[in-house]
Design a protein around this ligand. Sequence first.
Ligand SMILES: [Zn+2]
Length: 203
Amino acid sequence: MILNWHQKVNLDSKSYICGYCGNSIASAVGYLADHYNHGSQQSGHRAYIYICHKCEKPTFFNAISLEQTPGAKFGNEVKDISDEKVAKLYNEARGSFSQNAFTSVVLSCRKLLMHVAVSKGAPEGQNFIQYVEYLSDKNYIPPDAKEWVDHIREKGNEANHEIVIMSEEDAKDLIGFSEMLLKLVYEFPANIKKKKAPPAPTA
Ligand SMILES: [Zn+2]
């Protein structure tokens, strides 16, 4: 789909990571909002919208606070996730991060890890920590990453009825851990299967 943005103008080139498509880009087209100082003719540009040249979606920049909306997602894309719900939850977690919704990131990643554990044979109805331990016991978590299980256990020990607001650091930790696991469970096995697949017969 090509989006034809009307009356866009040339702007100073700006490098940023697009919050929609995740590409690191430099854009020089979009829109700007002027800011006039009180009682003077002097003006300065205060806000910009840049259009991504890869996905053609708009990103807002406040020139004073340097805030970017939507912000860049944290973590990397994982390919070949065969379970649609898992793929959706992972994207939701990364999208929540770009909105500074760190508690939502943590909740999405927990749900994701529980879902992966059940898909790998864990019994239903267990708690988050039990599922992480299951993935570790079944060697889905590599030996050198097992200290993560303790870290996550310490972090995830609060009772369900407590409201615990999660920090940016917590959100980064859990996205990073989920990314590693999803690569091991989905992306790498799919990759080697593709390489081992017999070549398509030539007509
Ligand atoms: Zn983009």
